[in-house]
Design a protein around this ligand. Structure first.
Ligand code: CAA
Length: 380
């Protein structure tokens, strides 16, 4: 067993970390306050090859492994969780094409993302169906020479700026998950209505909206796989993307820890630095211990995929564990800062707000436990 990253992986991680510290972190509070997408920063990340890491070399991508991708995600999240969400949402939307598309579709839909900076949106969740993804109501009807898409999607990251939407709908709701299909819809297709930006607790600079499809005619060649293949495509996509979300939690937790640890050496109470008090030392020790455990779990969940092995259980374990750790670490970081931690003038309250979403999106912490339990029980 070798815990050492390759020299190439160290370089990738270093590049992304330097970008996060120099280009993202100094602007994170500003864009959080404004609730605005930092388009220039995202474009710079794209120019460095840190965006759309899932695109294979044959289609102009970097050909990064899953482990490479999560090293980037972990580093970028150190800079800003909201900006990372905008970056990561591209992979979430493009992965179904990588997983379920044919070569013609990959060339047509993925290659433009390697030629200029564009955004994409993954459209699974609906107003009435979040955790129960198999119950989605959006319909994809075969109309002979095209498909007709009707329905509403909710909490869609990048929706206001996306060139491409990867949309899930059912062609027969009686078939439950077996009726779900995945289709790519380009932004200028008539019948797409984009909602207003949602005002959120955290990840404020990322764009989140509803998307409504009203009698949207989509060419037949945009369907990924066959009608009914959408569920497996969605689940496999989540097996890839959940380690990335988990890595973002590790990056955010590390950032929270670094702020809190530094502050604890600078602030004196009762005649010595906070770090000299055992109560604070125990908190710091707990944080460091949990972050490292989360990091190892996340790396393994990605490494399994790179070995061609099923990672469903570990992807969910990594996502649930890291999200919960990030929430705890960020909350404790605020605690160590005391009154200052609760102020917007200091960075840790943003991290605490950002942490909350990781326990919710791409499958709540409860759904991850459900997946883990199903996997564990199925092997008995
Ligand atoms: N790979 C392949 N097949 C899988 C699979 C996987 N990882 N997971 C499940 N399946 C298969 C099962 O084997 C089963 O197959 P059969 O047809 O042979 O029986 C089938 O799929 C149905 O599985 P379940 O019985 O487990 O389905 P379910 O309806 O009970 O529950 C769930 C599934 C895991 C709870 C699923 O609904 C789920 O993951 N929900 C959460 C949805 C989610 O994560 N949404 C996030 C949206 S993205 C986001 O947040 C956006 C953003 O902008 C960041």
């Amino acid at each position: 067993m070798n815990f050492e990253l390759s020299s190439e992986q160290k370089e990738i991680k270093d590049l992304a970390f330097k970008f996060a510290k120099n280009e993202m972190l100094p602007h994170a509070a500003h864009y959080d306050e404004k609730g605005e997408l930092p388009f220039d920063i995202l474009k710079k990340a794209w120019e460095l090859g840190l965006v759309n890491t899932c695109i294979p070399v044959e289609f102009g991508g970097t050909g990064f492994s899953t482990l490479d991708s999560i090293l980037i995600t972990e580093s970028l999240s150190y800079g800003c969780l909201g900006m990372n969400t905008a970056i990561m949402a591209n992979d979430l939307a493009l992965l179904p094409i990588v997983i379920g598309g044919n070569d013609e579709q990959k060339k047509r839909f993925l290659t433009p993302f390697t030629e200029s900076y564009k955004m994409a949106a993954f459209c699974l969740t609906e107003p009435g169906n979040g955790s129960d993804a198999a119950g989605i109501k959006t319909t994809i009807k075969d109309e002979g020479d095209h498909y007709l898409v009707n329905g509403q999607k909710m909490w869609i990251t990048n929706a206001g700026f996306a060139d491409l939407f990867t949309v899930y709908g059912t062609y027969d709701s009686g078939l439950k998950h077996k009726g779900i299909s995945a289709i790519v819809i380009e932004k200028d297709t008539p019948g797409i209505e984009i909602g207003k930006p949602e005002k959120k607790m955290g990840h404020s600079c990322s764009d989140t909206r509803s998307v409504t499809f009203k009698n949207v005619k989509v060419p037949k060649e945009n369907l990924l796989g066959k009608l009914g293949d959408g569920w497996k495509i969605a689940m496999k996509t989540l097996d890839h993307s959940r380690p990335m979300v988990a890595a973002s939690a590790v990056g955010g937790a590390q950032c929270s820890f670094d702020y809190a640890a530094k502050y604890s050496t600078e602030r004196n109470q009762f005649g010595k630095p906070l770090s000299g008090h055992q109560g604070i030392q125990f908190m710091l020790a707990e944080m460091a211990m949990n972050i490292e455990a989360a990091r190892l779990l996340v790396y393994k969940s990605a490494w399994l995929l790179d070995q061609g092995q099923k990672n469903t259980q570990l992807a969910s374990s990594a996502k649930a564990f890291s999200a919960d750790i990030f929430m705890k670490v960020a909350t404790d970081a605020v605690q160590i800062y005391g009154g200052y931690g609760y102020s917007r003038e200091y960075p840790v309250e943003k991290l605490m707000r950002d942490a909350k979403l990781i326990q919710i999106y791409e499958g709540t912490s409860q759904i991850q436990r459900l997946v883990i339990a199903k996997e564990v029980i199925s092997t008995l």
